[in-house]
Design a protein around this ligand. Structure first.
Ligand code: DON
Length: 577
């Protein structure tokens, strides 16, 4: 199979490959591999973590659908073909740009159930009960993905639910071939699923762990997707599927009720908008912190000539770290669900505020983050979210990031539904000034409250210039999502890179606390590291071997051509025509 996969990746012209891809999709099961090379087209493009999901999006455009139809098809397909993060049991954010230039955003983030309360993860002495907000039925927020995707389709799509959900149903029913990436991921998560019979069953064939080359079918998930296809949101939030979710909650100490499910609604929010060197930056506002922080950091950086400093130079890295340190400190203090707390968004994104905030920047010296926390190397828990980018021929663009939070969420599959539940509740500040799994600190603004949305870092972003499309980007990666997205933007705007280089170049991340520089293996040359240490930077923490920072599946529009690229750090493909 490997030889087939590499032949597929390299053979023929892009359009020949696309035809081959569709032939493969239409015959029984799918056998496809990733290609990291950029794909060029004028008709449309989808770049996602799953080759099949990207192809599902393109299938919609080939049937006359627009970028929203493609995005919805891709997202439902990801729930089948990329189960560690693609989901119907989680939530996400979408940023959409219309050909007119108008940008809108849809928040379909999970909500805390009505019975949630501030101290629900603490013991009687007020200490955090380890794992409760991550590995239990109490870890799940009320899922938002199904409502969000159907809302997108109904308001801005052109195709029917039946057509748009067909690829996902086909992949679940007929199956697809497990590749090496997925087999490795399933092997890693298996011990953490051991306590949940329905989870083990979903990811097995006759009780045996799925291996690469196996054809994997998901009959329960196919049934659930068909119920959604037939009955719309009621197929998930009411009726049999809802009964099964609530029954599982009641069996295992969870608190999501019928009423929580029935009353879930995604919310249209004002996009966050900033400018940077003549480009317009459109991103997700609260309850994501992503857009606000990206705009704030760009505002701090704008008065410095990063391009002239050079990519990877100690001066540019120092400047970026200092901006990140300040922005993430603001995140911990000010950001939360705007339906519950006053987020001083205008202040945070104001250019004058950024300059005041950055006025103590010293080009020669690192600032102290209080030095309380030593850097901690990557934890055993693998973390996953997924971002995909879509653009059609009309200039409509969709940037969508979706998540179960941890890889495979809570690891709990609701029996009879094939649905993996999220563990998004851990994104709340379960106790003030306590780190979550991403070592992000939170305070009052992000405390648990019934019906509240937990603070996110997801940053689906669109960049335009003179009202013309430029870039669709975003990433998974917990707190690193924001700095990954920032680096892709800087690589395009300041360093004038190709889209392949912009997403491939090594990355680094600082989030104020812990005071450590998390970085990929080749992010800093030895002499750059020495120069950074000379400025006072400490605690360099290298990402685990084989684990990059982020997965920024992006699209660049340049000279009338749509260029899609799959981040080479992980599986998947950009597919275009
Ligand atoms: O919303 C957030 O910020 C997190 N739940 C995202 C989780 C994530 O990116 C894990 N992935 N790599």
């Amino acid at each position: 199979m490997l030889s087939f996969e590499s032949k597929f990746a390299k053979s023929g012209t892009p359009s020949m490959r696309l035809k081959l891809l569709f032939c493969l999709i239409l015959i029984s099961v799918e056998v496809l591999a990733a290609s990291p090379e950029a794909v060029y087209g004028r008709g449309g493009m989808v770049s996602s973590r799953s080759t099949l999901a990207s192809a599902a999006g393109i299938e919609m455009m080939k049937q006359g659908g627009n970028a929203v139809d493609a995005a919805v098809a891709t997202a439902f397909a990801l729930a089948v073909t990329y189960p560690s993060a693609g989901n119907i049991g989680g939530g996400g954010f979408a940023v959409i740009r219309f050909p007119s230039g108008e940008v809108i955003t849809l928040d379909h983030r999970e909500k805390a159930p009505a019975k949630a309360h501030r101290d629900m993860y603490l013991d009687k002495d007020g200490n955090v009960i380890e794992g409760l907000s991550r590995n239990s039925l109490l870890a799940s927020g009320v899922p938002g993905s199904v409502d969000g995707l159907l809302t997108l389709l109904e308001t801005h799509g052109t195709l029917s639910r039946k057509v748009v959900m067909a690829p996902a149903i086909r992949f679940a029913e007929k199956g697809f071939v497990i590749n090496w990436y997925m087999a490795r991921s399933l092997g890693r998560v298996r011990p953490r699923m051991a306590a949940h019979a329905a989870s083990i069953e979903k990811f097995s064939i006759a009780g045996e762990l799925l291996q690469d080359g196996d054809v994997w079918r998901q009959p329960d998930l196919a049934k659930t997707l068909k119920a959604i296809s037939r009955h719309g949101r009621k197929g998930f939030y009411e009726g049999k599927v809802a009964d099964l979710i609530v029954a599982e909650m009641e069996r295992g100490g969870g608190i999501i009720s019928h009423e929580d499910l029935k009353s879930y609604e995604s919310v249209w929010r004002q996009p966050v908008h900033g400018t940077y060197r003549g480009y317009d930056i459109w991103s997700m506002g609260p309850p994501s912190s992503g857009g606000a922080l990206i705009v704030q950091m760009l505002n701090m950086l704008e008065v410095h000539d990063i391009g002239a400093m050079g990519w990877g130079s100690a001066d540019a890295v120092h400047l970026m770290i200092e901006a990140e340190r300040r922005a993430y400190a603001d995140r911990a203090e000010h950001l939360g669900d705007p339906d519950f707390v006053d987020v001083p968004l205008a202040m945070l994104m104001d250019k004058n505020y950024a300059q005041t905030r950055f006025s103590d920047f010293d080009a020669d010296k690192a600032t102290d983050s209080n030095n309380i926390y030593p850097g901690k190397a990557g934890k055993a828990e693998s973390l996953e979210t997924t971002h995909f980018s879509v653009m059609d021929a009309s200039g409509m663009m969709v940037s969508l990031t979706t998540t179960l939070n941890s890889s495979y969420g809570s690891k709990i599959v609701v029996p009879g539904t094939g649905i993996l539940l999220n563990n998004e509740m851990d994104d709340f500040s379960v106790k003030p000034n306590t780190e979550n799994q991403f070592q992000l600190m939170g305070r009052e603004a992000n405390a648990v409250e019934p019906g509240k949305r937990m603070l996110s870092s997801m940053s689906p972003t669109i960049v335009t210039k003179d009202n013309q499309p430029v870039l669709v980007t975003g990433s998974p990666g917990g707190g690193t999502i924001i700095t990954t997205t920032l680096q892709v933007i800087l690589n395009i705007v300041d360093h004038k890179m190709t889209i392949e280089d912009a997403v491939s170049m090594p990355r680094f991340h600082h989030q104020w606390k812990p005071n450590s520089i998390f970085h990929e293996r080749f992010a800093f040359s030895p002499d750059t590291k020495l120069a950074l240490e000379a400025k006072g930077h400490i605690n360099f923490v290298e990402s685990k071997w084989g684990r990059g920072i982020g997965d920024a599946n992006s699209i660049l529009y340049r000279d009338g051509v749509i260029q899609g690229v799959k981040d080479p750090r992980a599986d998947g493909t950009a597919v275009g025509f």
